[in-house]
Design a protein around this ligand. Structure first.
Ligand code: ARG
Ligand code: ZN
Length: 890
């Protein structure tokens, strides 16, 4: 650039595309890392054996990824290179003369863990050194081909101050340790399993630990350890138990055994995501390890169990069989979520777990699929891969595996999993490898099914049924379509498993006889396979007009519209033999009621009170045959965000809030005394246990409180305040606060003050204190959130706290976040701007909470678009946040 010209705008970050994949030019056989830990100057000496990949084009210079390090030395086969012999950029190190042969490369670098607030690479959390390498953090530790299809055997020698870091951990088994001069000591860890760099981990610090052991089915004894901050040992028992149950379950359900002598888990307080499956050394957000009845809710306990299982299951689905490239992320994440969902279903109640997963999918994935951030389960391009650890890749990815199982059947699915694991063990695989294994085991053609991986958007199913009394047939017409999503205007029909039944007038399921089929088995439930835009199924021998029960077990992630109405919903709320469909009948009914109430309020008409709906809930409350956890879910009205999605355009968030409050109050009015009775009956003096039965009874009790509180009166406030004062477990404490938080009453302030006293010094409790205030529907919540962002216990460097305050405000408080004047949006984008230079990953994810903005009305849309474009023009953003912001308003 010549003197006097204005500075050019930096080039926009370029996307990486699946279609450009090429195999690595160089492979790494082994890596030996020598790490000398120091808070601001950690030295890493990497010795690696590299060789050209026989399956790639020959003659390519060795190119290594690396960023945010100081390069101190490069040598090849013992000879130090001078600076002219390599090319160093901000993101790579190239050895132009190295184009063939096997070599030993030594690289010395220095990095600054203390200053690393991005929490990727090597960083410190409360003085503990730890690493996060997925997806591309290893390149901040040393120069390396940092891609998942380069698998190497790692040996790590850690050296640090013995007093500051009595614990030194890395992947695999500890093979040597000892003391050194100057108060230092060392440990050498060796992991015999070749692995990609994203599974590398090391941890060092002053940590306490609890140990246990597990004997695998072939008799291998595995030493288990959970490392936590001193004083937190008494919050690890549940996690340890969950780990042992996970190890056993994977042997029983999938035939997968653990493969090292040690399995360690470390809990750290600053972590970008939930947890990480590093080989033999899982690192967790401590929120998903540390639970005790007085500090954690039933939901927290269940999350610990599920995430422990998830990370452990990755040992096979992710580590032994890894991903060829990051576009294949769903191959490990979707499959592993499916596996952890199955585990939880076996440990707890299968129907309740399924409904909970459907709620999550609908709350997070459907809006993603319907908005500007929509992408296929296997995306085809990205700027920053960390932006694709999404509900679509994880949760819809799990739905795809579940559908596959429904289509090929249990036996073929199990056989297919065995083929997949054995054929791809030690390999970096693709979605095609997974589908090939399933196709081979089942003999099915899965080419149309594969579209689920490539096509974004939630399919719409429109189903109508017609009964013909003359020939006693029932004709089902099913049409499928998917709305356009960014970059995909045309959608092809998908292969959809639709599980269904027909219910007779007596409430019993009818036998199903499909016309044109020879077998006469008359099963009462079956899975229809949809493959066309429109299909007709005719059932015979139907003696009287049936009630249609569709999408049993939520057999596919679709939006369903039927020609049934109030009568059908009421009938199925009482009689559907499938719990998921039964729950869904209530949700459909409530959604339609809420839409009608929203319209009535807007038109100045008198809104309905939902009398028949309340009656149906009355039956739920008095039916002792129902599982309490299920009854609790039946009592839940669909949320405001879900309603906004359902309405789909020009939504007035205040009107939706008013409608939901109206129906909530109407139901509370009609069920009042019954709610109080059930609430009283469900009180228990039993010692707290986190098991599913007890948790289910607490869930129903607290649902009664929540519904009753819809009255918003003195009585409700007193009830909640009493529960707060007398609770002997965090579940009841939190439920009381979650009720009080919306109220404008003195009891509220007193309870929050007393909770703060109790929480002080305990970040996990303080985070609850932040989030319970951020979710309040009170009009002063934004002002309060702004105040809390300046509170002494708030910090931009702690992702959990950021999520508890700003994440909850933007993601779980629709009426205040989507304020018509745009104040909620501006709060978010201003916050993101401040956070972005500190932690781009968390900033980008927070900004993502705006993804539903297009369904709102014009003033809101204008404000949202303005807030995001202001953010884009306010100064340089990280690639993470830049990518989300540009897609958001594209
Ligand atoms: N693989 C981890 C899991 O179990 C997620 C880690 C992702 N971390 C990240 N910074 N992208 O789901
Ligand atoms: Zn995972």
């Amino acid at each position: 650039m010549s003197e006097g010209t204005s500075p050019a705008t930096p080039p926009a970050p370029q996307p990486i595309r699946l279609e450009d994949y090429t195999p690595p030019a160089w492979l790494v056989e082994s890596v030996h890392l020598d790490v000398a830990l120091a808070p601001s100057r950690t030295r890493v000496r990497a010795t690696m054996r590299v060789l050209p990949n026989p399956d790639a084009a020959a003659g390519t210079p060795l190119t290594l990824d690396g960023e945010r390090m100081t390069l101190l030395l490069v040598s090849v086969d013992g000879a130090k290179l001078d600076a002219g012999a390599y090319d160093l950029t901000d993101s790579s190190l190239v050895l132009p003369h190295l184009t063939e042969g096997t070599h030993e490369i030594v690289i010395e670098t220095e990095c600054d863990p203390q200053a690393n607030t991005s929490l990727t690479g090597l960083y410190q959390s409360n003085g503990v050194y730890c690493t996060q390498c997925e997806a591309e953090g290893f390149r901040r530790i040393t120069y390396f081909p940092d891609r998942p299809d380069v698998l190497a055997v790692y040996t790590v020698r850690l050296e640090g101050d013995a007093a500051a870091c009595p614990v030194l951990l890395a992947n695999g088994n500890c093979v040597e340790s000892g003391t050194l001069e100057g108060g230092r000591h060392f440990a050498v860890w060796h992991d015999p399993h070749p692995k990609p760099s994203y599974l590398f981990a090391m941890v060092a610090g002053d940590l306490a630990h609890v140990s246990d052991s597990f004997t695998t089915r072939s008799g291998r004894e595995v030493a288990l350890g959970i490392y936590v901050e001193h004083g937190k040992e008494d919050r690890t028992a549940y996690a340890m138990d969950a780990l042992k149950r996970s190890m056993k379950w994977d042997e029983d359900a999938f035939g997968r055994e653990y493969d090292l002598d040690v399995f360690n888990i470390v809990a750290v307080s600053d972590f970008n995501m939930g947890a990480m499956e590093n080989k033999g050394l899982n690192v967790f957000n401590d929120k998903y390890i540390l639970v005790r009845p007085d500090t954690a809710t039933d939901v927290d306990f269940a999350n610990v169990e599920a995430i422990i299982a998830h990370e452990y299951f990755h040992n096979w689905s992710g580590n032994r069989v890894t991903c060829r490239d990051w576009f294949q992320l769903c191959l490990k994440e979707g499959l592993t979520v499916f596996r952890d969902q199955e585990f939880t279903s076996d440990m707890r109640s299968r129907p309740v777990k399924r409904i909970a997963d459907v709620k999550t999918l609908r709350a997070h994935q459907f809006p993603e699929d319907a908005g500007p951030l929509a992408h296929p389960v296997r995306p085809t391009s990205y700027i920053e891969i960390n932006n694709f650890y999404t509900a679509t890749v994880y949760e819809k990815g799990a739905e795809v595996v579940r559908m596959l199982k429904a289509i090929v059947g249990e036996d073929a699915f199990c056989a297919g999993m065995d083929i997949y694991f054995s054929r791809n063990d030690g390999r970096a695989a693709t979605v095609e490898d997974f589908l090939d294994a399933m196709a081979e085991a089942s003999g099915r053609d899965l080419s149309q099914f594969k579209r689920w991986y490539d096509q974004a958007g939630t399919p719409d199913l429109v189903v109508s049924g017609r009964y013909s009394p003359l020939d006693e047939t029932y004709e089902l017409t099913v049409a499928q379509s998917t709305a356009p999503t960014p970059g995909q205007s045309q959608k092809a029909p998908l292969h959809i498993p639709l599980t269904m039944g027909l219910i007779g007038t007596d409430g019993e399921d009818l036998g199903l006889y499909l016309a044109g089929e020879t077998s006469e088995d008359g099963a009462t439930e079956r899975t229809l396979e949809l493959t066309q835009h429109e299909q007709v199924f005719t059932f015979e021998k139907v003696p009287s007009p049936p009630v249609l029960s569709l999408l049993r077990g939520f057999s596919a992630p679709v939006k369903l519209t039927t020609n049934g109405g109030e009568k059908d919903w009421l009938f199925r709320m009482a009689h559907d033999s499938d719990p998921c469909a039964r729950w869904e009948a209530g949700q459909t009914y409530a959604r339609e009621l809420l839409v009608a109430v929203t319209r009535a309020i807007a038109a100045g008409e008198k809104p309905r009170r939902g009398t028949r709906y309340a009656d149906a809930l009355r039956n739920v409350l008095t039916d002792d045959s129902l599982e309490p956890a299920f009854a609790a879910m039946m009592l839940d009205l669909p949320g405001e965000a879900e309603l906004a999605q359902h309405i789909g355009q020009d939504v007035d968030a205040d009107a939706v809030h008013a409608a939901r409050s109206h129906l909530h109050k109407a139901v509370a009015d009609q069920l009042g005394d019954l709610l109080l009775d059930r609430y009283a009956q469900l009180q228990s003096n039993a010692a707290y246990s986190p098991d599913a039965d007890q948790a289910g009874r607490r869930a129903l009790k607290n649902a009664c409180l929540r519904v009753y509180a819809g009255l918003g009166n003195e009585n409700a406030a007193r009830l909640a305040a009493t529960q707060f004062a007398s609770a002997n477990n965090m579940t009841d404490t939190e439920a009381a606060l979650a009720t009080l938080t919306h109220m404008a009453r003195d009891e509220r302030q007193a309870a929050f003050d007393s909770f703060y006293e109790r929480a002080s010094g305990d970040p996990l409790l303080l985070d609850k204190w932040f989030s319970l205030q951020a979710m309040s529907s009170r009009e002063d919540t934004l002002a309060r959130a702004m105040e809390l962002a300046k509170h002494k216990d708030f910090s931009l460097t702690r992702p959990n706290t950021v999520r508890a305050l700003v994440g909850v405000f933007a993601g779980a408080n629709p009426v205040r976040f989507h304020a018509a004047d745009g104040s909620g949006y501006r709060f978010l984008t201003a916050f993101v701007r401040e956070l972005d230079p500190i932690n781009p990953q968390v900033a980008a994810r927070l900004l993502g909470t705006l993804k539903t903005w297009r369904v709102y009305d014009a003033p809101r849309r204008d404000a949202a678009r303005q807030a995001v474009s202001d953010l884009l023009s306010a100064g340089k953003l990280s690639e993470d946040t830049y990518e989300i912001a540009t897609r958001m308003i594209a």
